[in-house]
Design a binder for this molecule. Structure first.
Ligand code: FAD
Length: 467
């Protein structure tokens, strides 16, 4: 209410606050509109004030004031999440962390950055400093923050080599401010990182992140075309398991997807070709060519073999992968939406073909190959021609009935979206550091509705952590 917000402003004297309705509305939104379901459910969500701290001390002061006044706080990095994660369901404060963007230290194999630092800026700095780069980033490399990636993301470009964000070792340390009368600043390492990784900022505000670096390469973008999805999928699956070829990205687009939706790279593909999109290290390029010949693929694009002018005019290939595929396809056909799937290993290639047959023209394939528990597995972000929410649920059921996992991108809670069960470690940590439940309310079912029935017999991605 306005009296509380007024009192908050007084307490936050000296810290940047903004309550201009247009700006507050803009900062109360993310990329939730990808989902016609979330668009309907979340369209009216609005905060009351945006606070933009510049230092960790200002974060501490801001949280102490919000705690004293019982004002909900929803953190925001760059607001590129797809599930309304950064949208303030209970109103109150949007805590905009984009000014907390310093890069504090770079050394052999690590970088320490403040949470609001953009991933692309971190990569540019570590490259210039010592020829190192991040192991993985979401395809929103240019726009997303490292804190937002750790709190809201799951993996992306680089996951074919390094696995997911939540795999041990892919985040070294997070520094977190608690939501208490006297906020504490905690450094989390090892298993403790999972308490806040992919927790949507429901149990602590990340102010600083330490992540591992690897050798930076001038990655070559390549597109290999195939007649038919089955050949493209089999090629990608075999390539992922070819141990000597160093890749940073390996995705497959169903027949026609590239031609129809890639505004610039589309011209390298015909209307019915399936395409494998690859980022390969320069020293592996000739091996990739040999491998492609063995599989009778056609190399239709290599970023190092075109003239420099054309190369400069093209976006990086990774901006056509992961959830950028959905974005560029929606630009051409706004009624498209998507799902997030995992095909059952080791029968994933057959499962992709089967799902294609079962769903038919309502779906266009988009696969992302990743390393998962040391196997090369196949996840999907298939494009769906949206008709009704009921039909969308039915398509999800068809996937699940055929042994595929679906991480429903049309839900905004942690449990219904990704994990399917409550993460008891994250819940216990919330009890400890956010006793009033003021951090990003409404996103953790385990907190809001402990009686929620999770007895569903479907398989889940993460097994129940020890209590
Ligand atoms: P935000 O959207 O601002 O926040 C994400 C979540 O984290 C929210 O719940 C927010 O409350 C919380 N949060 C933000 N900062 C903090 C903090 N400092 N402390 C605590 N909580 C915080 N995701 C992937 O994982 N892989 C991809 O390849 C990928 N590709 C994408 C492509 C497109 C075109 C789009 C639109 C999205 C994509 N995403 C992807 C989703 C999203 O871009 C990423 O997860 C991104 O890293 C989020 O960063 P952000 O700074 O925008 O976070």
């Amino acid at each position: 209410d306005s009296a509380k917000i007024q009192a908050l402003k007084t307490r936050l004297d000296g810290i940047a606050v903004e309550d201009d309705p247009a700006l507050v509305r803009k900062k109360s939104r993310d990329f939730y509109w990808y989902s016609p379901v979330l668009k309907r459910v979340l369209d009216s969500v609005l905060g009351e004030i945006v606070v933009t701290p510049k230092t960790e001390d200002e974060v501490v002061r801001t949280l102490a004031a919000a705690f004293a006044l019982d004002i909900p706080v929803t953190p925001r990095g760059a607001g590129t999440g797809n599930y309304g994660q950064a949208m303030p369901l209970a109103g109150g404060m949007v805590l905009d962390l984009h000014e907390l963007s310093g890069i504090k230290d770079i050394g052999p194999g690590y970088v320490i950055a403040e949470a609001g630092a953009l991933l692309g800026k971190i990569d540019a700095a570590t490259r210039a400093h010592s020829g190192q780069e991040l192991r993985m980033f979401p395809s929103t490399h240019r726009t997303a923050s490292i804190g937002g990636f750790i709190a809201g993301g799951s993996g992306g470009v680089g996951s074919i080599r390094w696995g997911g964000l939540r795999n041990l070792g892919n985040v070294t340390r997070t520094r977190v401010v608690t939501m208490e009368a006297h906020p504490r600043v905690l450094d989390l390492t090892g298993d403790d990182i999972a308490k806040v990784a992919h927790a949507y900022g429901t149990n602590g505000i990340i102010t600083e992140c330490e992540v591992p670096l690897t050798v930076a390469y001038d990655w070559i973008d390549a597109i290999i075309a195939f007649d038919g999805m089955e050949r493209a999928t089999a090629f990608a699956d075999a390539l992922g398991r070819e141990d000597g070829i160093l890749l940073k990205e390996l995705s497959v687009m169903g027949p026609g997807v590239g031609h129809r939706y890639f505004s610039q790279h589309g011209r390298f593909l015909t209307a019915d070709q399936a395409a494998v999109l690859i980022m390969v290290a320069p020293h592996s390029a000739s091996a990739l060519e040999a491998f492609t010949r063995r599989h009778r693929g056609e190399t239709v694009f290599r970023s190092d073999l075109i003239d420099a002018e054309t190369a400069k005019s093209l976006p990086p290939l990774f901006e056509l992968t992961w959830n950028h595929t959905t974005l560029v396809a929606r630009r051409v056909e706004p009624a498209l939406t998507y799902l997030q799937t995992l095909y059952p290993y080791p029968d994933h290639v057959a499962a992709v073909a089967k799902m294609g047959r079962l769903i038919g023209d309502e779906m266009m394939d988009h696969l992302e190959f990743i390393r998962f528990d040391s196997n090369i597995v196949c996840s999907g972000l298939p494009l769906i021609r949206f008709t009704t929410e009921e039909r969308l649920d039915e398509i999800i059921r068809i996937f699940e009935d055929n042994g595929c996992l679906v991480f429903n991108p049309h839900r905004y809670t942690l449990e219904e979206g990704g994990m399917k069960r409550s993460d008891l470690g994250q819940l216990a940590f919330k009890r400890e550091v956010d006793p009033k439940g003021l951090l990003n309310p409404g996103k953790m079912i385990a907190w809001d509705n402990p009686d929620f029935d999770f007895s569903d017999p479907r398989p889940y991605l993460f097994s129940q952590p020890a209590a």
